[in-house]
Design a protein around this ligand. Structure first.
Ligand code: ZN
Length: 310
């Protein structure tokens, strides 16, 4: 993405509780001490624990609570640079609740996540069924406070409704149930051109990109997010993966699908090592025949033939 857009953090949107429904009402309705936020629950595709992905270019963990104690597990993140949302451009915060202990126990304040990294998974800590409860807003956030309704609200920062903060990237998120909220589509944009081509080097496996619109993907699958289009030129191959009828190759920090006409893969030249040279030498005839008496011998050789004598 050529702008740091805030995009919905799950691949399957299935909102099971809006901010104005059920237990969430006490977060934002009839609050007398000004402490509000707008949580939603998303249960994903519901065949397990869906991952929640970093929704912008970079976020930093500012607090983690609940692992190994009585609080409901919660992780706070704040963007490290300004993010473009449907309603403002600025620093954003994102707070997620209900992930399990095994998910959060190895994470710590200061951890950095980049767009598309998995922050955590849906969980059941403080909940009866797998889901993630999250709130978002503008500014910095690393704590919680009880409001006049007894709901724990994330502070400081300016709470915003999720549809005011997240765009939906329809190439990433499938809207199974959007809670009848009005979600903005990610603005259409020219894709970024990525990649720094290198010189041809016969000692390495390399790939030459021959076309202008080859997607640079985060993973070796056509369903994975695209960083943009790869600049034409030669790149070193870092890894291979055979998937979905394509041979995928990893170059720099992304994957491309190889296909005749799109790309040309050039395997490194095999240069014989010292051991192989010795073997080749030994394979040459050392002995043609043994003389059993001294004398003169007449030998006829065709042009280019070699005679070895010892
Ligand atoms: Zn909730």
């Amino acid at each position: 993405m050529n702008k740091n857009y805030m995009t919905y953090p799950l691949k399957n949107m299935r909102i099971t509780c809006r901010y104005d429904e059920g237990s969430h009402r006490k977060h934002c309705i009839n609050v007398t001490n000004g402490l509000v936020d707008y949580p939603i629950d998303d249960a994903g595709i519901d065949t397990g624990r869906d991952p929640i992905y970093c929704p912008c270019d970079e976020m930093r963990v500012t607090n983690i609570q609940g692992v190994g104690n009585g609080y409901t597990n919660t992780i706070w993140l704040v963007s490290t640079t300004d993010v473009v949302t449907p309603t403002f451009t600025g620093i954003v915060y994102f707070v997620l609740t209900h992930s399990n202990d095994d998910d959060l126990k190895n994470k710590k304040v200061g951890d950095i996540f980049h767009r598309g990294d998995i922050i955590c998974y849906e969980g059941t800590d403080g909940a009866t069924a797998n889901h993630i409860h999250f709130v978002c807003g503008k500014g910095y956030c690393d704590n919680w406070k009880e409001n006049s309704n007894g709901a724990w609200v994330m502070v400081p920062g300016e709470a915003k409704k999720p549809e005011e903060v997240f765009y939906i990237d329809r190439s990433f998120t499938k809207e199974l149930w959007g809670g009848s909220l009005i979600w903005q589509d990610l603005p259409k944009e020219d894709k970024q051109i990525v990649g720094t081509p290198v010189h041809s080097d016969p000692s390495k496996d390399q790939v030459e990109v021959l076309i202008d619109h080859l997607n640079a993907r985060m993973d070796a699958t056509t369903s994975s997010n695209s960083y943009g289009y790869v600049k034409k030129g030669i790149y070193d191959i870092l890894a291979y993966n055979q998937k979905e009828d394509y041979l995928w190759v990893k170059i720099e920090n992304f994957w491309i699908a190889t296909k005749d006409g799109w790309t040309q893969v050039v395997k490194k030249e095999s240069i014989p090592c010292e051991e192989e040279i010795q073997k080749l030498k030994q394979a040459l005839p050392q002995l043609i025949f043994t003389c059993n008496q001294s004398g003169k011998y007449l030998i006829y050789l065709e042009k280019g033939k070699k005679l070895y004598l010892k």
